[in-house]
Design a protein around this ligand. Structure first.
Ligand SMILES: [Cu+2]
Length: 69
């Protein structure tokens, strides 16, 4: 299990945070997601055998948010 912090660009408010959190909760391999829109950060706990950074970043692109390490 890996715990990693990403910076999120495009996140503006609580609704964005909710959307992102909901998305990650349903993404296979993610165990935990906590989003802080004031800091524009998301901390993810995920199974590195099922997911990697590239997949995580890609998964959020259709929602209009960009993740950066
Ligand atoms: Cu928003």
């Amino acid at each position: 299990m890996v715990k990693q912090l990403f910076h999120v660009s495009g996140i503006m408010c609580g609704a964005c945070a909710y959307t992102i959190q909901k998305h990650f909760k349903h993404l296979k391999g993610v165990r935990g997601a906590s989003v802080d829109f004031t800091k524009k950060e998301v901390v993810l706990e995920y199974d590195e055998r099922k997911l990697n950074q590239a997949k995580i970043i890609q998964s959020l692109t259709p929602f209009g948010y960009t993740l950066q390490k």
